[in-house]
Ligand binder design. Structure first.
Ligand code: SF4
Length: 217
């Protein structure tokens, strides 16, 4: 068999797609970043009729090249919350405003085989948008985010994703030095709000794009 690893994950992803659909999510399956861009730009975005778009911090989103592609669309209002050059107050205000856009894009820290999204946020704007506000939400999910259950999801996040993100963001937290979560009391702690999304409400508001590649933390 050619590409046995892709084949392995394709079967897992198709099973996960069914589980997510049972949970009222809309689901697309992409083989790589180029197909993700095609699905979002040519299907989801036009169908939504969105006039404004924003996103939450996501290495998966950055890896797909979607942000640049969306910013290049004429006439579309883009609230670029990933713009690190903004002064803190302006950046915070942009994140507040991003909660009312027509379409919000984010990654997920984990997804269970039973079709639940599990996220842990620092500021909370990303999980707030996932929960309520934007009319349409797109969640990009690399195959490396799949775990069996909630316990494994939380373990994955605290044991790997949070320390790796603390390192990425140059936070002064113990995990950024040791790689282990020490349940810190640091003011720069990035683990502040857990959100478990069991189902999309209303049905189809959250569109999950599963990707047959390892993407993001
Ligand atoms: S609680 Fe603190 S030490 Fe633990 S992962 Fe989060 S930021 Fe790192």
């Amino acid at each position: 068999m050619e590409k046995p690893i892709e084949h392995y994950w394709q079967i897992r992803l198709e099973r996960l797609k069914e589980a997510l659909e049972e949970n009222r999510f809309t689901v697309s399956l992409a083989q790589d970043a180029a197909e993700v861009r095609k699905i979002v730009l040519e299907e989801i975005l036009p169908k939504s009729g969105a006039k404004s778009v924003s996103w939450g911090g996501s290495m998966t989103l950055a890896a797909t090249g979607l942000m640049e592609a969306v910013k290049a669309i004429p006439g579309l209002e883009v609230l670029d919350t990933a713009n690190r050059s903004l002064p803190p107050e302006e950046s915070l205000e942009l994140r507040r405003r991003s909660l009312l856009v027509d379409l919000f894009i984010l990654g997920t820290n984990a997804v269970t085989e039973t079709g639940k999204l599990v996220n842990l946020d620092g500021m909370g704007n990303r999980v707030a948008a996932l929960t309520f506000g934007p009319r349409n939400v797109v969640v990009l999910v690399g195959r490396n985010k799949i775990v069996p259950d909630l316990e494994d999801a939380m373990l994955r996040i605290k044991d790997f994703a949070a320390p790796a993100n603390a390192m990425r963001l140059d936070r002064k937290t113990p995990c950024a030095t040791t790689s282990y979560c020490e349940e810190c009391k640091s003011p720069e702690r990035i683990c502040n709000t857990w959100v478990i999304t069991e189902k999309s409400s209303p049905k189809g508001r959250v569109h999950v794009v599963l990707i047959n590649e390892d993407l993001g933390f």
